[in-house]
Design a protein around this ligand. Structure first.
Ligand SMILES: *Cc1c(COP(=O)(O)O)cnc(C)c1O
Length: 232
């Protein structure tokens, strides 16, 4: 069996176990296979095993690989997005996970309007107030949602977070729990145009903990494809 296929089977089993701990099943969790630096042939191999959501974190890389990626897969944008690069991805992505400012949200809305599209987005929350990471601080999320609520061509569908790397992922459990709580609080307010359908949290190192705490979208790269080679 190929490495990708066997890695995927192991991950699916672990996802199922973690989902059951939170009263769900593996089918409630969407796997976003993170394909940055990965060749299209390996991406398409993965898609042939039934994964149909892939995530890229660089706008040009997504643009360049997109034509060769099996069209049965949805592309997600998960990296920091500069306004001037929205145009590379706006007509290609199913969901932008990484909206971290009012200005960026407005620019995406304008670009979507030009393409006659409505784009689903998540707000990225810097839950650990990590200076090296992008994202809104916890307290800025709700005020921003109220401002975005009237925009016609974006729809906020949830929250995304990247927690600090920790050898012991258990140490990050509270961050995941806090994001879930924030989503629950936001939902109670019934803000127009805003739903908390998706919580995109958990990566190779910590997806099981994230799922136990309520994540329903995990972004997994290394766990599926092995270590990345950035030098190619
Ligand atoms: C690279 C990346 C991931 C996946 O990381 P792994 O540790 O390889 O699973 C997830 N989310 C974002 C935003 C990334 O850039």
């Amino acid at each position: 069996m190929s490495d990708i296929k066997s890695n995927l089977e192991i991950i699916k089993e672990k996802i199922d176990i973690a989902a059951k701990k939170s009263g769900r099943t593996g089918s409630d969790i969407t796997i976003i296979a993170v394909t940055k630096t990965i060749d299209v042939s390996r991406i398409n191999e993965l898609i042939s095993y039934g994964i149909n959501n892939i995530g890229e974190n660089k706008a040009q890389e997504l643009r360049d690989k997109y034509p060769q990626i099996d069209s049965s897969a949805n592309c997600h944008f998960i990296g920091h997005l500069q306004s001037n690069k929205i145009k590379y991805i706006i007509d290609k992505v199913k969901l932008i996970h990484s909206v971290d400012s009012e200005q960026l949200a407005y620019k995406i809305n304008e670009a979507a309007k030009k393409h006659d599209k409505i784009i689903d987005i998540l707000l990225q929350v810097n839950i650990a107030d990590d200076k090296n990471k992008f994202g809104l601080s916890y307290k800025d999320v709700e005020p921003l949602l109220c401002k975005l609520s009237h925009l016609t061509n974006i729809r906020v569908k949830g929250l995304m977070t990247i927690v600090p790397f920790d050898e012991e992922p258990e140490n990050n459990r509270l961050y995941f729990r806090n994001i879930k709580q924030l989503a629950v609080d936001i939902n109670k307010q019934n803000i127009d145009n805003i739903s908390m359908e998706f919580l995109s949290m958990g990566m190779t190192n910590d997806y099981e903990i994230a799922i136990e705490e309520g994540s329903n979208m995990v972004r997994i790269g290394t766990g599926i494809f092995g270590a990345r080679n950035y030098n190619k």
